[in-house]
Design a protein around this ligand. Structure first.
Ligand SMILES: [Zn+2]
Length: 138
């Protein structure tokens, strides 16, 4: 099933769901974590539509962090009382978020990108046709 979730979980282009957004697949390869392709090599989608575009990904990152904290708290609460073990909750939540930071960084950028561009099953064909037209006009 292609679409926004597929794009976020596989790191693929929001428009065609095939081209890779990040140059290196592994988000834990920290040296290259933020290196992105400028455009989709399959459909031509621009991955940097305007300067500073990814500042907005901070909102997605915040939302994901809150969702993780709430999920952990709800999962722990039947066994460990929250108010008596606040330090334990904080340690587990902060530790989990720290471990997931590289994955969350990428998920935030992909989520932000998917917020603005939607899946088009014919994106690659359209791109190929426009390339052909462009070559004929030269
Ligand atoms: Zn694409």
């Amino acid at each position: 099933m292609k679409g926004k979730l597929y794009s976020v979980f596989t790191g693929t282009c929001p428009k065609c769901n095939e081209g890779r957004v990040f140059i290196y697949r592994n988000p834990y390869n920290l040296k290259h974590i933020g290196k992105m392709n400028r455009r989709c090599d399959k459909c031509g989608q621009d991955f940097l539509p305007e300067p500073g575009f990814y500042f907005g990904a901070g909102y997605v990152s915040y939302a994901l962090g809150v969702a993780i904290a709430v999920t952990i708290s709800v999962a722990m609460s039947p066994w460990i009382p929250f108010f008596k073990n606040f330090e334990l909750y904080a340690t587990v939540i902060i530790g989990t978020i720290l471990i997931l930071t590289p994955a969350l960084f990428r998920a935030s950028r992909l989520g932000w990108l998917n917020f603005f561009f939607k899946y088009d099953p014919h994106a690659i064909e359209k791109h190929q046709e426009s390339l052909k037209e462009h070559q004929q006009n030269i």
